[in-house]
Design a protein around this ligand. Structure first.
Ligand code: GLU
Length: 449
């Protein structure tokens, strides 16, 4: 995977490999950024001298801790949790917590690394961080989830603060978990410090449109990419992977903008509904009943469920990968292109493999990488922090309008930066360089810290 690195960047990458053995997702995320930074070092040789890239690749702080908890039958479980405080040049560390059995340090570091550039692209004052645990929430009762969250926060609280580190949700962590985490933080610190966590419930300091923000933002970004090619989502066929929070609201916004969403998925299979996915049904099955997507096809005649099916084999104009990392490989990318797909916007973090990205770029389709296309979630988290700081609460309409403006600006910034650095239409180059420049300039200004 080391092809294509500039000679100044190759040794930096080799050093990352050596210093972080076995963390393959982190290596992949670093490689993807370094691949695009060659022209930056030509224009800004001072960044090489002050070792900005090496500094960005090394987290400012990494916390790993034990989370003991007891299940409903009295059995004791030990999980491992992480918080990687990656970069605070632009603001307090900001990024979600992921609860999933696949979590280990390499996953949290890849997510934290991506978060630095994503957060920079929002143009809001937030640094980059990420956390999580190998805890598997599947099949756990509310009380088990609560005890786990309380145990985790009992250790994590000392590292957090509205000016220090502000977690939110990610896979396996939504308003319910944020509630238990916030409750425990409040109890231990004796402070109603709303700005210490985002993704809160609307009755206790949350922001309207935060739940919808990642999915909506991804679709706003897709719409901007299409606009730049004199196209629009209206009348397009869309396929979305996943059926969690990001996927559900990506589908909703795509439908509102006139697209027909024909397929989505969960970890066991896919559903295809040629009449268009009925969102209320997906939401009830996944969010309220917490059941499998196959139930959708049991209930609805026009739908077909394919166990272990590949959602990227369903023909579409626009694909929105919104499930998890490396869920779309080279073969999937080829299939999408063969079937006439013209745009891909990533709702998930790093869902497309390096081979997949290469195939999209060679084919010349509009490809929006996650750190740009899914920045709407964390951007709205920053808007939540803003509301908390001013003890205010904005309307849905106002918050969504701010989110749309932010996504339009991110698109414009990526588009223009790609042009400026000699890769017109390449949103990977645009996003990496635009994000990097903002962080690097702030790091220079703050001195060697
Ligand atoms: N986990 C989300 C992301 O990947 C949101 C982070 C946040 O809101 O802090 O950007």
């Amino acid at each position: 995977m080391t092809a294509g690195l500039d000679e100044k960047l190759e040794p930096i990458y080799q050093d990352v490999l050596k210093r972080n053995p076995g963390e393959k997702e982190f290596h992949q995320a670093v490689h993807e950024v370094l691949e695009t930074l060659g022209p930056v070092l030509v224009k800004y040789p001072e960044f090489a001298e002050s070792k900005i890239i090496q500094r960005i690749c090394e987290p400012e702080r990494q916390i790993i801790f034990r989370v003991p908890w007891q299940d409903d039958d009295g059995n004791i479980h030990i999980n491992r949790a992480f918080r990687v405080e990656f970069n605070s040049a632009l603001g307090p560390y900001k990024g979600g917590m992921r609860f999933h059995p696949s979590v280990y340090l390499g996953i949290i570091k890849f997510l934290g690394f991506e978060q630095i550039f994503k957060n920079a692209l929002t143009d809001l004052p937030i640094g980059g961080g990420k956390g999580g645990s190998d805890f598997d929430p599947k099949g756990r009762s509310d009380s088990e989830i609560m005890r786990f969250c309380q145990s985790l926060m009992t250790e994590l609280y000392r590292n957090l603060g509205e000016y220090t580190d502000v977690p939110a949700g990610d896979i396996g962590v939504s308003t319910r978990e944020i509630g238990y985490l916030f409750g425990q933080y409040k109890r231990i610190t004796n402070r109603y410090e709303s700005g210490v966590l985002t993704g809160k419930g609307l009755d206790w300091g949350g922001s309207r449109a935060r739940t919808e923000a990642t999915g909506y933002g991804t679709v706003f970004f897709a719409e901007e990419m299409l606009k730049a090619r004199d196209e629009s989502l209206d009348g397009k066929t869309v396929v979305v992977s996943g059926s969690g929070n990001v996927a559900i609201y990506a589908m909703q916004k795509a439908q509102q903008l006139g697209a027909k969403v024909v397929a989505c998925s969960d970890s066991s299979g896919i559903i295809v509904d040629d009449e268009g996915i009925e969102l209320d049904r997906v939401r009830r099955i996944k969010e309220v009943e917490r059941r499998r997507l196959s139930v959708y096809a049991d209930e609805k005649k026009s739908a077909k469920y394919v166990e272990d099916g590949n959602v990227w084999h369903v023909p579409c104009d626009v694909a929105l990968p919104s499930a998890t990392q490396n869920e779309l490989n080279g073969k999937d990318a080829k299939k999408l292109i063969e079937n006439g797909c013209i745009a891909v916007a990533e709702g998930a973090n790093m869902p497309t493999t390096p081979e997949g990205i290469q195939i999209f770029q060679k084919a010349g389709i509009a490809y929006g990488p996650g750190k740009a296309a899914n920045a709407g979630g964390v951007a709205t988290s920053a808007l939540e922090m803003q509301q908390n700081a001013s003890r205010d609460s904005w309307t849905f309409k106002h918050t969504e309008e701010r989110l749309r403006e932010i996504m339009v600006n991110i698109h414009k910034n990526c588009y223009e930066t790609a042009d400026e650095f000699g890769s017109p239409g390449n949103y990977v180059v645009g996003a990496n360089i635009a994000g990097f420049l903002r962080v690097a300039k702030a790091m220079e200004a703050l001195g060697l810290v």
